[in-house]
Design a protein around this ligand. Structure first.
Ligand SMILES: [Fe+2]
Length: 148
């Protein structure tokens, strides 16, 4: 899936899309954590999931501050897609689950890259978007290293 997050005309709407992608990431991590067998993998996935929960908290706070209605965690279309990858991967074992999560992380990396490149970023969102992008790069890097 090539994410469209970050391309919306209105910055606030892009933030809402980003939040939805974060929810989807958490859903996918929850599923992956429940399915993956190796403890070392499980620990890392738990840590990454917590980073995503932290992003959700921060994004929600910013959106509320700017008078946007913040959606609740639910089975979003994005969630079904990201989880779908993990469901399929589960048939093939731990390495395939990690590959599915890498594919999801490629989407979040793309989304944060686009968000950080925007020229209409809210002043109070600059730090949050940069820090979260750093988390996303770290997640992707770790997942890539497991393939080597
Ligand atoms: Fe991530």
């Amino acid at each position: 899936m090539v994410t469209m997050v970050g391309t919306q005309k209105d910055f606030g709407n892009s933030m809402l899309e980003l939040l939805e992608l974060e929810y989807a990431a958490v859903e996918a991590y929850e599923l992956a954590i429940s399915k993956i067998e190796k403890d070392l993998y499980k620990e890392h996935l738990k840590e990454f999931k917590n980073d995503h929960l932290h992003h959700i908290k921060q994004l929600s706070k910013l959106l509320q501050k700017h008078d946007y209605e913040v959606p609740k965690l639910s089975d979003t279309p994005k969630g079904l897609l990201t989880k779908g990858k993990v469901v399929l991967a589960n048939l093939m074992g731990d390495e395939a689950i990690l590959s599915a999560m890498l594919s999801n992380e490629e989407d979040t990396n793309t989304a944060y890259k686009k968000m950080n490149e925007r020229t209409d970023i809210w002043d109070d969102a600059i730090d949050v978007l940069q820090q979260s992008f750093e988390d996303e790069k770290r997640h992707k890097k770790w997942l890539e290293q497991q393939k080597a």
